[in-house]
Ligand binder design. Structure first.
Ligand code: GLV
Length: 325
């Protein structure tokens, strides 16, 4: 008998067809979010699951799923999954790196440009019927070209964002836990700086770090205070990396010129004060959401699941067993 698997949210039909060649698949194509109890009930007899970043996989869930062998997240981030608990339970965990880098970098630029040049604010003005005609000082924004772009986190996506800055003639500075190789720095025209320098010098600061205890509120009150007055902050990485309440204060006081945010603390709830601020661009965690990329992510997660349950060695395994095991 084919192994039983679960897909927690709606995915593409051809990806389901591919899964069905290998598994008995229960798919939540109605796309209703599963609360922890529902997820636990649905997963109790399954060997594998394709999760999304809103599905929490922790020790409590795993305790009720003795047959579970693989959790394949349809996301590059995996802070919804307790990796150590999965390893203890002998459950393989995979993510979807690589396939979403370009789309996420593109979207980061959408946020940079929309925030600096006040695209959303002026669009709303027009839709409200308030436009009375052209005048010189209307919606004065910040120039993106030749501004200094700061990148915090210089992995695959951070580097793609940096490369796109070449076309805007921007000096790029970055900070990361590890300095990139000289050829990468050259290709991105990017200079490694300390975190302090990054905060002090960036006109536009874009975040590209994963969420983990070590990156919780990495940009908090103190860091915002060290940023250049009038700078712009962009977060298309993960909620929780920024202290949203501190950011609201910095924006409301005019300390920062604006923020472009695709991710938030406590999604899908938003800090209500963000809604009232005209100088923020808000999008609902869609940086990777081009049709082609979301399909590629789902297919990669499906391939990971098939490999996990057939060979025990999925390509994007996050928790390989210790060597010698
Ligand atoms: C999206 O946020 C992802 O981690 O893939």
């Amino acid at each position: 008998m084919k192994p039983k698997t679960l897909v927690t949210r709606e995915i593409f039909d051809d990806v389901l067809d591919y899964l069905a060649e290998h598994f008995m698949v229960s798919a939540n194509q109605a796309d209703t979010p599963m609360d922890p109890g529902t997820l636990a009930r649905n997963l109790a007899d399954k060997a594998g699951v394709m999760t999304t970043l809103v599905d929490k996989v922790d020790a409590a869930l795993l305790a009720g799923c003795p047959q579970l062998k693989a959790v394949c997240n349809i996301a590059v981030g995996f802070n919804n999954i307790d990796l150590a608990a999965c390893s203890r339970a002998g459950v393989m965990v995979t993510n979807t790196p690589g396939v979403l880098d370009d789309s996420t970098a593109d979207f980061t630029w959408a946020l940079i440009l929309a925030t600096a040049r006040r695209v959303v604010e002026s669009d709303a003005h027009l839709r409200r019927g308030e436009w009375k005609g052209w005048y010189l000082k209307q919606f004065l924004g910040a120039d993106v070209h030749h501004a200094t772009l700061g990148i915090l986190g210089f992995g695959r996506i951070g580097r793609k964002v940096a490369r796109r800055a070449l076309g805007f003639d921007m000096p790029v500075i970055y900070h990361s836990h590890r300095r990139a190789e000289p050829e990468v720095e050259r290709a991105c025209n990017a200079t490694f700086v300390t975190r302090e320098e990054l905060l002090a010098r960036a006109d536009i600061l874009s975040l590209h770090v994963p969420y983990a205890p070590a990156t919780h509120h990495l940009i908090g009150r103190a860091e915002l205070a060290r940023m250049k007055p009038g700078a712009i902050l962009v977060n298309a990485a993960r909620g929780g990396v920024v202290d949203d309440a501190a950011l609201v204060d910095a924006l409301a006081k005019g300390r920062l010129a604006g923020a472009g945010l695709d991710v938030f603390e406590n999604e899908p709830a938003l800090n209500p004060a963000l809604i009232g601020l005209p100088n923020v661009v808000l999008t609902p965690h869609i940086a990777s959401s081009s049709a082609a990329t979301r399909h590629a992510m789902a297919m990669l997660a499906a391939r990971n699941l098939v490999a996990a349950l057939t060979t025990g060695n999925p390509p994007n395994l996050l928790n390989p067993p210790p060597t010698g095991a």
